[in-house]
Design a binder for this molecule. Structure first.
Ligand SMILES: Nc1ncnc2c1ncn2[C@@H]1O[C@H](COP(=O)(O)OP(=O)(O)OP(=O)(O)O)[C@@H](O)[C@H]1O
Ligand SMILES: [Mg+2]
Length: 582
C-alpha cells in the first residue's frame, strides 16, 4: 500500500507512512505474536511450544492473518484488554450501526484458532505491558529475555493485569481458579493458546498474592493517539474529559475519542475511567448503547475510542431547540423513551446500572441503513430494530456500577432519584428510570431542572415539571409513573419496552390476540355442541330403527303363530306372508 489515497471528499489525502503509523505497529504485533508466544514461555514451555508447532496437525496461521490473536469466541463477557486490540472485535455488517463505524477487520472465523471462551492471558499481558518506545523488542532481544535472570522480570510483568469487577464471579473463577489449580495440557485443547494459558495459570498459582493491578501511569507508549488517529475537531467537553472526532489512519473510519482532562494516577477520575472501560467491555454491542472499540492509557490520561454518533448528544439538540423555540413532539418523545428503555433493559439485564442518564449522555445517530443484517443486532423480537432513521444510544458509562455490589458515584443531581441520595441502593435500576423521565421532560420543553431546594423535592414527591405542550393523558401518566417516590412502583425498563403507550402496535396485537382467543374458544364450544347433537341424533336414529325392528319381529312372530293355527287351511294366506319379504 503506497502512494496517495483518495479521500471520499475528492481531495488527496497525505499518503500513510506505514513506517510510523498503526499498521506497521499492528503488523509488528502480528509478526511478533508467534515469537511472542514462544518467548513469553518459560524455557521448558518454550520448547514444548516449538515442538508443538513443529508437530501440530493444524496449519500454522500465516502472520498476516493475525491468527495468533483471535482466540476469543463471541462472548458478551469480553476481556477489556482484548477490547484494546481492535482486530479482535466482532464488528457488525456494513448496514449496521453508525455509517462511520468500521466493518470487519478480518473474517472472524479465520481468526479462531480453537474454541476456548478464555482470552489467553498471553494476550492480556502482551497488550498490557507496552515496552519502552511503544514497540516490542527485536527478536534477538526477546530471545535474550529468556535467560534465567530475565524470567523474573517476565513474571513481574505477568502479574500486572486488571480484574474487571463487572464480570460475573464464575468468569473470574474460571480465569483465576481458587488455589491456582494447575491445568495440564491434557485438560486444554491442543493449540498454542492453551499452552500460553496454562503458563499463566501456573504463574497465578505460584504467586496469587502479587497479582497486581495494571496501573494507568505505568504506560509509557509513544502517543498511540497521534500515531493512529487524525484529529478532526473537538466535539464536546464534559466533566471528565474532552471528546474529539478523529479518523483512524488505518481504517479511514470516524471515531469519537475521549481523553480524560486531568492526570489519572490515584485520582477519583482514574476510578471513573476504569469503570467506563470495564462497563463497555462487559456490555459488548447493543443498538442502543454507544459502541466501544478500544481504550488505552497515554501520558497518565485515559483514552477511550468509541463509535462516533453523527447527531451529537441529545443535549446538543435540546440547546439548538431552545434557541429556535422548537420542542420534540410527542411521537419523537415516545421514540426516544422507547429506544433508551431498550438500551437500559440491556444494561440492567447485564447486572449493571448506568446512574447518569441525562440528555448529554444520550447520543444520536442519523441515516442508519437498516437491512436484514441490522436487525440481527436487536436483542430480541420484543425490542425490534428501530423503525425510525434516528437511533438514540446510551453513552458515557463513567458512573456505571454493578447491581450485586454497587459502588455508587452519584450522577448529576438534577436527575438524581431521592432514594439514591438517601443511599438506599436496592432499586438502582429504577433510579435510571427516574432520570429517564426527567430527560424526556426536558426534551418536551420543560424549563431547567433544579439542582436542589424546594422544587427538587417537589419533583421527588412525584410531580412532573411543567411541560409547555399538550401531551396525551396516557403519555403524561406514564412519565408520572416513572418518577413515583416509591422506586418499586416505577416501571422497569423491560415493562417500558412493552408499554402500549410507547408501542401501540404491540397493544393492538395483544388486543387482536385476545379477540382471537375468545373466538377460538367460542368455536371450540360450538364444535363440542355440534358433536353432542350429532351423537344424540345418531342415538335416536338407532333407537327408532331398533324399535321398528322390534315391532316387525313381534308382528312376524304373531303371524307365525296364527299361520301355525291355520295349518291344513288355505295355502294362499301362508304364501302371502312368506312372499312379503323384509
Ligand atoms: N460517541 C460520541 N459521538 C458524538 N459526540 C460525542 C460522543 N461522545 C461524546 N460526545 C460529545 O462530547 C460531550 C461529552 O462527552 P461525555 O459525556 O462522554 O463526557 P463526560 O466528560 O463524561 O461528560 P459529563 O460528565 O459532563 O457527562 C457530549 O456531550 C457530546 O457532545
Ligand atoms: Mg457525559
Amino acid at each position: 500500500m503506497g502512494g496517495s489515497l483518495k479521500c471520499s471528499g475528492g481531495g488527496i489525502c497525505t499518503p500513510l507512512d506505514f513506517s510510523s503509523c498503526g499498521e506497521e505497529n499492528e503488523l509488528e504485533e502480528d509478526s511478533s505474536l508467534q515469537e511472542e508466544k514462544s518467548t513469553s514461555l518459560s524455557p521448558q514451555k518454550n520448547w514444548e511450544f516449538q515442538n508443538w508447532r513443529a508437530n501440530s496437525p493444524l496449519p500454522v496461521t500465516p502472520q498476516r492473518q493475525r491468527g495468533g490473536r483471535s482466540l476469543a469466541p463471541s462472548n458478551a463477557w469480553a476481556s477489556p484488554i482484548r477490547e484494546s486490540v481492535p482486530s479482535l472485535r466482532k464488528s457488525p455488517g456494513p448496514s449496521q450501526e453508525c455509517p462511520g463505524t468500521p466493518l470487519h477487520y478480518v473474517t472472524w472465523r479465520k481468526l479462531q484458532l480453537c474454541d476456548t471462551p478464555n482470552t489467553p492471558k498471553s494476550l492480556l499481558t502482551k497488550t498490557a505491558f507496552p515496552s519502552p518506545g511503544g514497540k516490542y523488542p527485536s527478536k534477538g532481544l526477546r530471545h535474550l529475555r529468556f535467560t534465567p535472570g530475565a524470567e523474573s522480570e517476565d513474571f513481574a510483568q505477568a502479574t500486572l493485569v486488571n480484574i474487571n469487577p463487572f464480570t460475573p464471579d464464575s468468569y473470574r473463577q474460571m480465569l483465576f481458579p481458587p488455589g491456582g489449580k494447575r491445568k495440564t495440557r491434557g485438560d486444554l485443547p491442543a493449540c498454542p493458546s492453551s499452552i500460553l494459558f496454562e503458563w499463566h495459570l501456573y504463574s497465578l498459582k505460584e504467586a496469587p498474592s502479587i497479582f497486581t493491578r495494571f496501573l494507568l501511569r505505568e504506560s509509557n507508549m509513544v502517543s498511540r493517539y497521534k500515531k493512529e488517529f487524525l484529529e478532526l475537531e473537538k466535539i464536546g467537553v464534559g466533566e471528565f474529559g474532552s471528546v474529539y472526532k478523529c479518523i483512524k489512519r488505518l481504517d479511514g473510519c470516524v471515531y469519537a475519542i475521549k481523553r480524560s482532562k486531568r492526570p489519572l494516577a490515584g485520582s477519583s477520575d482514574e476510578q471513573m475511567a476504569l469503570r467506563e472501560v470495564y462497563a463497555h467491555a462487559v456490555l459488548g454491542h447493543h443498538p442502543h448503547v454507544v459502541r466501544y472499540y478500544s481504550a488505552w492509557a497515554e501520558d497518565d490520561h485515559m483514552i477511550i475510542q468509541n463509535e462516533h454518533c453523527n447527531g451529537g448528544s441529545l443535549q446538543d439538540v435540546l440547546l439548538e431547540n431552545a434557541k429556535s423555540g422548537h420542542y420534540f413532539k410527542e411521537a419523537e418523545l415516545k421514540e426516544i423513551l422507547l429506544q433508551v428503555s431498550m438500551g437500559l433493559k440491556y444494561i440492567h439485564s447485564s447486572g449493571l446500572v448506568h446512574l447518569d442518564i441525562k440528555p448529554s449522555n444520550i447520543f444520536i445517530c442519523h441515516n442508519l441503513t437498516v437491512g436484514p443484517a441490522g436487525q440481527e443486532e436487536s436483542d430480541g423480537e420484543d425490542d425490534g430494530f428501530p423503525s425510525s432513521n434516528v437511533v438514540y444510544k446510551i453513552g458515557d458509562l463513567g458512573h456505571v456500577t454493578s447491581l450485586t455490589n454497587p459502588q455508587v458515584e452519584e450522577g448529576d443531581s438534577r436527575f438524581l432519584a431521592n432514594e439514591v441520595l438517601q443511599e438506599q441502593y436496592c432499586y438502582l435500576p429504577k433510579a435510571d428510570i427516574f432520570a429517564l423521565a426527567l430527560t424526556i421532560a426536558l426534551a418536551a420543553g420543560c424549563g431547567p431542572l433544579p439542582h436542589n431546594d424546594v422544587m427538587w423535592h417537589h419533583i421527588r414527591r412525584g410531580n412532573l415539571p411543567t411541560i409547555p405542550q399538550q401531551l396525551s393523558r396516557g403519555f403524561t401518566e406514564l412519565l408520572k409513573f416513572m418518577i413515583r417516590p416509591d422506586p418499586s412502583a416505577r416501571q422497569s425498563a423491560t415493562a417500558l419496552t412493552k408499554n402500549p403507550v410507547l408501542r401501540p402496535s404491540l397493544g393492538k396485537a395483544a388486543q387482536l390476540q385476545k379477540q382471537l382467543n375468545v373466538e377460538r374458544f367460542k368455536t371450540a364450544m360450538l364444535e363440542r355442541e355440534l358433536r353432542a347433537a350429532r351423537h344424540t341424533q345418531t342415538f335416536r336414529k338407532d333407537q327408532s330403527w331398533g324399535y321398528a325392528k322390534l315391532q316387525e319381529s313381534e308382528m312376524s312372530s304373531k303371524q307365525r303363530s296364527s299361520s301355525k293355527r291355520l295349518v291344513g287351511g288355505k295355502s294362499t294366506r301362508s304364501f302371502s306372508y312368506t312372499g312379503g319379504g323384509y
